[in-house]
Design a protein around this ligand. Structure first.
Ligand code: AMP
Length: 283
């Protein structure tokens, strides 16, 4: 497994690989890898000849009062996990290698980015789209795997790829949960024991809501959302949003809706956690 830090070196290598007929899969991450990330690596492995994991805590997707400086890092362990999972290349650039001091070009998706996390993190998806577009250009990847843990992000990336005719296939892999059903996240390590116990209310309420809404029952959506709010609040969480939206458009649920994304963001102490369930109808 190669570790490459220079964007230009990665691009050279990948251009050569593609010219020699190899296909490339990429799994973009911010590192501090856990089983959720590894599930994406496993998913990607047989989709191409070469498997690249990128590890980059992208500064442009963090707002001024967010956790960029304390975002957890453990590069050695990340390397061990990637090697054990069959990655061929780890790309781990420095921020100043990715962004020139006078960087001034951004990729903005302007519809799916507005609700949910876009409301409380206004520049977040601009940073995500820009870095992901750069990673696609650097890796020359044929296929990229993202997780449904970040369902809104996955929809936005798909839209960006369609709208800008990027020659890459986007795979969205299932959300992976811990033993107590909490969605795996690098940010879980910020949680105190008490907050972690409280945070189980997110998945408990979502999984309960999923059971109630499955098999129809859209009329119950508002009541179910209220139950989610109550359970998370009782668990000590401060709600940012609990929303039930059309899973494809992220607009209001309508009679065209065939899937509902029930999505939550809530703070436990200083830690902002997100989670969601996808309820599909007519399938
Ligand atoms: P991050 O390192 O948090 O930026 O995440 C990198 C990728 O891993 C994104 O595509 C996430 O959606 C995905 N991911 C993170 N946590 C999980 C999880 N618990 N289950 C599935 N995918 C995940």
């Amino acid at each position: 497994m190669k570790i490459i830090k220079s964007p230009k070196e990665l691009q050279q290598e990948c251009l050569q690989l593609r010219a020699s007929g190899k296909t490339i899969a990429v799994v973009p991450t911010m590192g501090y890898l856990h089983a959720g990330h590894i599930s994406l690596v496993d998913n990607a492995r047989n989709r191409a000849d070469i498997l690249i994991v990128t590890i980059f805590v992208n500064p442009t997707q963090f707002g001024p009062n967010e956790d960029l400086d304390k975002y957890p890092r453990d590069f050695e362990n990340d390397c061990r996990l990637c090697e054990a999972s069959g990655a061929d290349i780890i790309f781990s650039p420095e921020a100043d290698g990715m962004y020139s001091a006078n960087h001034s070009t951004w990729v903005m998706e302007e519809q799916l980015s507005l609700p949910l996390c876009g409301k409380s993190r206004p520049i977040h998806f601009r940073g995500v789209c820009t870095v992901v577009a750069k990673l696609f250009n650097l890796t020359q990847a044929n296929v990229a795997v993202f997780g449904r843990k970040d369902a809104q992000q996955a929809l936005i990336i798909r839209r960006m790829v369609r709208d800008l005719d990027m020659p890459i296939e986007i795979i969205v892999a299932p959300l992976v949960r811990d033993k107590d059903n909490v969605a795996l996240s690098s940010r879980n390590r910020y949680l105190s024991e008490e907050e972690r116990t409280g945070a189980t209310s997110i998945s408990r309420s979502l999984l309960q809501a999923e059971a109630e809404l499955s098999g129809g029952g859209l009329a119950k959506v508002e009541a179910v959302k209220q139950d989610v709010v109550s359970l998370i609040t009782a668990g000590g969480g401060v709600i940012d949003y609990v929303e039930a939206l059309d899973a494809e458009t992220l607009g209001e649920i309508s009679n065209q809706t065939t899937g509902v994304l029930l999505a939550v963001a809530a703070n436990f102490g200083k830690t902002r956690l997100i989670d969601n369930v996808l309820i599909e109808f007519n399938k």
